[in-house]
Every structure is written in C-alpha cells, then in structure tokens.
Design a protein around this ligand. Structure first.
Ligand code: G6P
Length: 370
C-alpha cells in the first residue's frame, strides 16, 4: 500500500497532486488546439440530436452532482440549451417530465451508483437519449448508456472524490464548448480563446498546487477545533463552494454548509460571529463587487474570512483574515483551479484532527445500495 501511495501519506493527497496529469489525460486526444477542434468520439455521432434537445437533464449523486451543477452553467452559457440538474435519488422517485426529445447526462465516478443507475433506466424507458460521464471503464453505468465519454482520471482510491471531480469538470467544459461551436452560439474566435485556455488548465492546477500547498497547511492549524464552516461563492463558484463544504464534512466531520454568497442574507448571516470560519471564493470575474460587499458584511459581524482570490488581489485580500491565491482564468474554468486549495484545506484540517481521510467513517466509495 505504501508503494501505491507513491510516497504520499494518504491516497487523497496523492490524488490531489495527480490532478495536473489527470486533467491532461482527460483532455488528451480530444482537445486539438493547433487544429482548433474538439474531438470526442462519444459525442460526434450524436451532435445533431443533442443540439436539438428540448432540454438536458443532468443526474448524479454527491460530488458528481456538484460537477453537474457546473455543467449546467457551462452548457447554458456556451450551447444555450436549457439544463436541469437533479439528484438521481429524487429524479427516480418522482414523475419527471422526460420525453424522447430530451437528453439525460449521467455523471458517475464509479459508474456503479444504484440511484444513478435506476434514474438512467427510468429515463431510458421514457425514450431519452442517455449520455454517460464515468471514470471507471466498463462500469455498469458506462455499459447501459447510449453514448458517453470517460474521464481519464485513473483509479480513485480516497473515498472523498478529488481528481475525478476536476476531470468531470474538464469533460463538461469540452462538451459545452463542442456543442456551442457546432450550433453556432460560440463564435470561432471565442471558441479558440477558450480552448487554448482550457489546454493550459493542467499547468494552472500545477501552479496552484505549488503555491497553496504550504499556506493551506498553515491555515488549517487555526481551524482544527472549529465546529462549523460556511463556504460561499457566486456563479460558477457557487457549486465549487458546495463541493468545498462537502470535502470538509466528509473527511473532518466538521459541519460545513455551502451557499450562494447572495443567499447569505436569507439565513446563514444569522450564524456569523467570531467563531464562524467562512471560506469565500472570489475570483476577479465572478461578480467581484458583490463579493466585496459580502465580505464587508461578514467582517462587520466578526466572522473569520478565508478568501480564495486571484493572484495579486488586494481588495478582498485586505479585508480577509487568511488569503489563498489562485491563478486567474476565465470564470467558467475557475472552479477547476479554485477547488484544488479547498481540497488541500479540507485534507489538512482532517489530518490534524486525526481523522482517517482515505476511509471516513460511515461513507463508501461506491454506493451500490439505495
Ligand atoms: C459516494 C462517494 C462520493 C461520490 C458519490 C457518487 O457518496 O463517497 O465521493 O461523489 O458516491 O458516486 P459516483 O461514483 O456515482 O460519482
């Protein structure tokens, strides 16, 4: 097992550090920047059908559901197709409106999650076209879908998903850009700009690992005894806040909630005092001014702000108690980069609390029962 961990203390840390490679592997052979094309075997034969869809419904559970939420932002922005994101477990037990004009995208790392599988079967019976995004090759979900793309993140051993999540975001970015280019919603110039930026994401992730590894460890020391955490973000980084909170609760057993920053005033603000740590994701392009006022409101109530900002940020950084910097990207790719220090922060807090990060209590890597 020590050999498999490749010198890292835990599989989770190893997998966090594998992300530049796993994202690169997921892009390899698909993103051909010099030729200006995205080549995805899974989607190629079905582009017309997908682009003519009345709506796309994304179904998933857990971390994969968070990836789905970001997928909604991506597909609606670039392909202009209406998207809904549903927990597979809710979808399957109501009577959702799904017809043969619909596309269902099922996202699953393991490809074995029982609720996701059952939701796919139901959507299939209603005639929808099912596209799968799985990590495990030849898994049950990969076999039952009509078409799909594998994330090439490699085996993920840590129960808390890390590299599979960023690989899912990578695939969803490719799909959204491919659809948008094909249906004409995305200009050639904008498409070219975005694909070269996507191509550089493995490098950005490498940079963020290097620049935030020590600082997240330092920050973690201050929160070993925290009982609650709030994670806030807007736009593309709202789901990243949900995922950051999920990572922390899964492995450290600290209660954590993710919220859209603007919703703070409708509830969570009542919880803010000097004992409440608040992680706030605030990249330059993501409604930055609004985030600035959120931070002011938090500081007025003495909350402890851990700001996750772009390199060189001064405004939010000057108000925050702790600052984590990440390289600037277009807003649509920022969750891929910003999620990495959040994984590290959760990891170090959990390790310092003596928790079993690779196998947290009561959780399973793949949930094959209801
Ligand atoms: C479990 C795992 C999570 C995962 C979720 C969905 O709860 O612990 O990490 O996100 O299942 O799994 P899937 O394999 O379908 O992505």
């Amino acid at each position: 097992e020590q050999i498999e961990k490749g010198g890292y203390e835990h599989f989770m840390l190893k997998e966090i550090f594998e992300q530049p490679k796993s994202i690169h592997d997921t892009l390899r052979g698909r993103l051909l920047v010099d030729e200006g094309i995205i080549k995805m075997a899974g989607i190629w034969d079905h582009l017309e059908r997908i682009n003519q869809a009345q709506k796309i419904t994304i179904i998933a559970c857990g971390t994969s559901w968070h990836a789905g939420l970001i997928g909604e932002y991506l597909i609606e922005e670039f392909a202009r197709i209406p998207v809904e994101v549903e927990y597979a477990s809710e979808f399957r037990y109501r009577n959702p409106i799904i017809t043969e004009k619909d596309i269902v995208i099922a996202i699953s790392q393991s490809g074995e999650t029982a609720d996701t599988m059952a939701a796919i079967k139901m959507a299939k019976e209603k005639g929808a076209f099912i596209y799968g995004i799985c990590n495990v090759v030849d898994s049950s979900i990969a076999r039952v879908t009509d078409a799909g793309s594998y994330t090439h993140a490699g085996p993920e051993i840590g129960v808390a998903s890390t590299k599979a999540f960023t690989a899912q975001l990578t695939i969803l970015s490719l799909i959204a850009l491919k659809l948008g280019k094909h249906n004409g919603n995305l200009s050639n110039q904008e498409f070219m700009r975005l694909i070269s930026e996507l191509d550089a994401i493995p490098k950005r992730v490498e940079e963020v690992l290097e620049s935030t590894h020590e600082i997240t460890k330092e920050i973690a020391k201050n929160f070993v005894n925290a009982q609650n955490f709030l994670y806030l973000g807007r736009g593309y980084n709202f789901p990243a806040a949900l995922e950051g909170a999920l990572k922390l609760k899964e492995i450290s057993y600290i209660h954590a909630e993710g919220y859209p920053a603007a919703e703070m005033k409708h509830g969570p603000i009542a919880l803010i005092d000097e004992n409440m740590p608040i992680v706030i994701i605030a990249p330059k392009q993501g409604h930055y001014d609004k985030i600035v006022s959120n931070v002011q409101e938090i500081k007025a109530r003495k909350g402890k702000v851990i700001a996750v900002v772009n390199k060189g940020d001064t405004q939010v950084a000057s108000m925050a108690d702790y600052v984590i910097e990440f390289p600037e990207t277009s807003e649509c790719f920022s969750p891929i980069v910003a999620s990495v220090p959040l994984q590290l922060l959760a990891y170090y807090i959990a390790v310092m609390r003596g928790a079993n990060v690779d196998q947290p209590r009561n959780l399973a890597k793949s949930v094959t029962v209801e």
